[in-house]
Design a protein around this ligand. Structure first.
Ligand code: TAP
Length: 476
């Protein structure tokens, strides 16, 4: 039975039919049943959306800061009214445990709209440099391409920043989790966003994603997702010299210092990596412990893992739901098989947890005796899989931590301030998290190296959607 039948795109302020009747089924990963359908959008649909965003740009880019602050707050208010729908939908389409959909996913989406409004209060769109006035202007029609792992957060962070900057937008959400984006479109409609400022075209990455990347009337693409797709988007964008902001994957290191309680350290690691069933780009999946503390840490991991229950995401005490799709399930199984061949398994393994044969459930798995050149230490698995490596001294730990193509995040757990400072200044990554401290939405999020080249969240996210103009002689 179809629960969601959302075949229309949102273009130019209205819900419109697709130009083709092809549809995409959306699956509930907890039971593998179809929960609804979306349209498999076409280039024609995309062109209409871009044209409407282009038309809206001239007036929307001239709106005042005050107008956009009011708009962002209206959006946040309407978003709050849809809380129950958003929470339930994220659980249905992503498989996120219902409590996490509420506490984390829903809240992150809301926070970006509120934060963007707050940032605008003090944001300077002009600066004086002697006789020159520097203006920061909306970059233009922006294409937003989002992944499935945080359906509300990923859409909201891009959209809030684009609206704050005065840009008009065309969004293509991931086909695996499109219904949260559809609710957000309804939220924007209810908030009376001027028509054409936001357009939603559902469909595949191949057609709509590539169409956005190469469209001559789109000035900027903000993408979050995998490295290979990010590279493809950059290549497709080259002909029209559009700016591309990439938020890609990671294989983030976490260094545990000897002076910390190993049980507490194990729980910081587990709650970080097992959240969202390991489907997080900044997950701390490469854990470095000293040789002295290795056995104690591994023992703590073994004892603590059972507290993170894998179960139906509708149940309130579930910590780990299913993976999002069969493809993701197979990918994670392949990595666990590789780990079993090359390293020592501490807990978990291949196959589904007992009693959860239907749905894309996996066993949280931890490996030790991992060498840094192994696939499980270097490649993004995007599942609840942790690799433990050992170090002899801090310099070696830092060297191993940096020996990766990624640089999204780095983590340290410990007490010694000097060592923490040395680690945080030496790890080449966009954010360093000390002792599991929760992030604040005004801080930048983004990667070094192959984890990307842009920043999201707070004022840093708004800056991505701006061009800089110097008007020489304008200042007194
Ligand atoms: P991607 O393929 O990167 O999908 C992300 C978004 O890009 C989706 O909206 C996708 O559309 C779209 N897309 C796909 N091909 C495109 C193209 N040629 N041009 C423009 N857009 C395109 O991610 P995935 O396949 O869902 O996941 C694969 C792996 O990527 C995961 O296992 C994980 O390692 C990584 N991943 C990383 C992140 C983050 S946050 N760094 C998020 C998701 C996945 P569709 O609707 O067709 O999928």
């Amino acid at each position: 039975m179809c629960m969601f039948n959302k075949l229309k795109h949102f273009i130019n302020g209205e819900w419109v039919d697709s130009s083709d009747s092809k549809v995409i089924d959306v699956i509930n990963p907890a039971n593998e049943e179809i929960i609804g359908q979306i349209s498999d959008g076409t280039v024609e649909d995309l062109n209409y959306a871009v044209q409407s965003a282009k038309q809206a740009f001239s007036s929307f880019s001239k709106t005042t800061k005050k107008q956009r602050i009011r708009l962002l707050n209206r959006i946040a208010n309407e978003y709050e009214k849809r809380k129950e729908d958003i929470v339930k939908t994220i659980t249905l389409e992503l498989g996120s445990p219902i409590t996490k959909s509420e506490e984390r996913h829903y809240t992150m989406g809301l926070s970006h709209f509120r934060q963007a409004a707050k940032e605008l209060e003090s944001f300077q769109f002009t600066e004086e440099h002697d006789s020159t006035l520097i203006h920061k202007e909306a970059i233009g029609v922006s294409g937003l391409i989002t992944p499935w792992n945080f359906p509300a957060n990923q859409v909201a962070t891009k959209l809030a920043a684009a609206i704050a900057a005065g840009c008009t937008t065309v969004l293509k959400p991931a086909q695996l989790t499109p219904f949260t984006a559809i609710i957000i479109a309804e939220v924007l409609e209810a908030a009376n966003l001027p028509k054409g400022v936001f357009n939603l075209v559902n469909g595949s990455g191949k057609v709509i994603g590539e169409g956005i990347s190469s469209h001559p009337d789109i000035e900027f693409v903000s993408f979050t997702g995998s490295g290979p797709v990010g590279k493809k988007i950059t290549k497709n964008a080259a002909d029209s010299v559009k700016r591309v902001s990439l938020e890609l994957g990671g294989k983030s290191p976490l260094i545990v210092l000897d002076d910390y309680d190993m049980k507490k350290a194990a729980n910081i690691v587990l709650s970080n990596v097992l959240f969202n069933t390991g489907q997080g780009c900044a997950a701390a999946t490469r854990v470095l412990v000293s040789q002295n503390k290795h056995d104690e840490f591994v023992k703590s991991i073994k004892e603590e893992v059972p507290k993170y229950s894998v179960n139906d995401p509708q149940l309130h005490n579930t910590f780990i739901g299913p993976l999002v799709s069969e493809k993701q399930y197979n990918q994670v199984q392949e990595y666990i098989e590789k780990g079993l061949k090359n390293a020592t398994v501490v807990v978990g393994g291949t196959g589904k947890p007992e009693g959860l044969e239907k749905g894309y459930y996996v066993r949280p798995t931890v490996f030790t005796n991992v060498q840094n050149n192994m696939a499980i230490a270097q490649e993004e698995i995007f599942g609840p899989v942790i690799s433990i490596l050992t170090y002899e001294n801090l310099n070696e730990a830092i060297e191993i931590a940096n020996d990766t193509i990624y640089g999204l995040a780095g983590y340290v757990i410990g007490k010694d301030k000097e060592k923490i400072e040395k680690i945080s200044s030496s790890i080449r990554a966009g954010r360093i998290v000390i002792n599991g401290t929760p992030a604040d939405y005004s801080t930048p999020f983004g990667g070094y190296k192959q984890s990307g080249n842009g920043r999201e969240w707070g004022k840093y996210g708004i800056e991505e959607f701006l061009e800089i103009k110097a008007v020489i002689g304008e200042a007194k």
